[in-house]
Design a protein around this ligand. Structure first.
Ligand code: SME
Length: 146
């Protein structure tokens, strides 16, 4: 299956999970698990905005840093810019926060409620250049279900 086909097969599963549950934590947890299991990424999870920090939320993968300030790292930068950031090589991103030495590339997608950003979805891969505009398009659609 191509990456596109994997995302397309995942969408109805995500919709049926999220349509039947209104709790945000439960839905973030299942969405992270669904994406993580389908693609076998290194780390897949959410950071939620609380008191001007991003605080670790539901995730799959190794333990991670618990708080990221506004504008810091890839996650804080995506929050500040209000847009998805794709990092083909984390070592070339100034200020990248290395929660795991294994991570080589990363994508961070803002999660909105109305016009407000309430969280970010962060995905790390052990391969360089793992993420592209296909990931951006489909991940933005998936977090839009929350
Ligand atoms: N690399 C992220 C930190 C979170 S971990 O990757 C799970 C960053 O630079 O914001």
């Amino acid at each position: 299956m191509t990456k596109e086909e994997k995302y397309l097969s995942l969408l109805p599963k995500a919709e049926s999970l999220i349509d039947t549950e209104c709790d945000l934590t439960a839905n973030m947890a299942n969405l992270a698990a669904l994406i993580h299991m389908e693609f076998g990424f290194w780390w897949t999870g959410f950071y939620r905005i609380m008191e001007n920090n991003l605080v670790l939320g539901p995730f799959q993968g190794p333990i991670a840093c618990t708080r990221i300030p506004f504008g810091k790292g890839v996650c804080g930068s995506a929050w500040k810019k209000g847009e998805t950031i794709i990092v083909p090589d984390v070592n070339l991103f100034p200020g990248h926060i290395a929660c795991s030495e294994e991570s080589r590339s990363e994508i961070v997608v803002p999660v909105r409620k109305g016009s407000d950003i309430i969280a970010v979805l962060d995905i790390d891969s052990r391969e360089l250049g793992c993420f592209d505009t296909t990931d951006r398009l489909h991940l933005e659609k998936l977090v839009g279900l929350l």
